[in-house]
Write a protein that binds this ligand. Structure first.
Ligand SMILES: NC(=O)c1ccc[n+]([C@@H]2O[C@H](COP(=O)([O-])OP(=O)(O)OC[C@H]3O[C@@H](n4cnc5c(N)ncnc54)[C@H](O)[C@@H]3O)[C@@H](O)[C@H]2O)c1
Length: 290
């Protein structure tokens, strides 16, 4: 597949070299706790039309960054751009090699380079025992959750290495810290992201580039509701029972918000995190066991 359409109008003007950079005053919504930590930083967040990705992209805008997002879903992407017109955006399936090449061409062209990559794309994958799982479902989950991070990191690495600075943040999960019955591909992909993160941190560290990953626990929102419905259907439990089980072994007895995760991503990619690399940071209220 060749170049994909850039699904935006206002951001093209916002990132034109002759027009002012987007900053906090052009961002929709109040931001009471995000300081101007990323002024002028050029940020790409994948799969950011909703959920953690959109919260992260919005937080970066609030912090003074220039932000480009992509997503598979053009309708969700349009809605995100209406919500945050300061974003640059493009429709892209980040598990596809050619589409990722086109994404990096468009994003680095508009941003005039890259400082921060957030590999946010991830899908829940199938809920079933391994012995009952379709190979195609396994592969699709690994393609989005692991291959996409590889493809995007591979594209970003030479740019960041050449400029001698930059930060990559990968999204893993608390599921990457424990076994997760009936969610084998998801757990396997998130464990793999942690290994990928540490390895990439070693490869890029000598060039001043930091690589970390964030492990969110159960995040409130539509995605976790889908997971709860699938788990209830798979096990025969009620959705209420599944929901209460999900916080039973969380010390803080709560789901986390997309903003909680976004703030950690911003910290890791900020000057305050300048000596942090190769780490996986959980944002989960402390999951004691799964
Ligand atoms: N939500 C949670 O409870 C939770 C918990 C732990 C980890 N995570 C991880 O955080 C990340 C974001 O999760 P979320 O819940 O915000 O996601 P989500 O399910 O809300 O999806 C966010 C976006 O990803 C897009 N998307 C899906 N596949 C894509 C692809 N191949 N290419 C481009 N876009 C694609 C979707 O269209 C959607 O707009 C994922 O890596 C996920 O595994 C989420």
């Amino acid at each position: 597949m060749g170049l994909l359409p850039i699904a935006m109008a206002p951001p093209a003007e916002a990132f034109n070299a002759d027009t002012p950079m987007p900053h906090h005053s052009s961002v929709s919504g109040a931001s009471p706790i995000v300081p101007q930590t990323h002024v002028g930083q050029r940020v790409l967040v994948t799969a950011a039309a909703s959920g953690i990705g959109l919260a992260t992209a919005t937080a970066f805008l609030h912090a003074g960054a220039r932000v480009f997002i992509c997503d598979l879903d053009p309708v969700a992407l349009d809605a995100a751009l209406r919500d945050q017109p300061g974003l640059g955006a493009m429709v892209c399936d980040v598990s596809d090699e050619e589409q990722v090449a086109a994404l990096f061409k468009a994003a680095t062209g508009q941003l005039q380079g890259l400082d921060i990559l957030v590999n946010n794309a991830g899908v829940a994958g199938p809920t079933a025992l391994v012995e009952d799982m379709d190979f195609s479902d396994w592969r699709r989950c690994l393609a989005v959750n692991l291959d996409a991070s590889f493809l995007c990191a591979r594209a970003a690495a030479p740019l960041l290495r050449a400029q001698g600075s930059g930060s990559i943040v990968n999204l893993a999960s608390t599921a990457g810290l424990f076994g997760f019955p009936r969610r084998a591909p998801y757990a396997a992909s998130k464990w793999a992201i942690r290994g990928f993160t540490r390895t990439l941190a070693q490869e890029l560290g000598p060039f001043g580039v930091r690589v970390n990953c964030v492990c969110p626990g159960s995040v409130s929102g539509e995605r976790i509701e889908r997971v709860i419905r699938a788990e209830a259907a798979s096990t025969g439990q009620s959705e209420a029972d599944v929901r209460s089980q999900m916080t039973a072994y969380v010390s803080l007895k709560t789901f986390v918000s997309p903003q909680d995760v976004a703030h950690t991503i911003l910290f890791l990619s900020s000057a305050a995190g300048a000596r942090i690399s190769g780490q996986d940071i959980t944002v989960d209220g402390h999951t004691e066991t799964f």
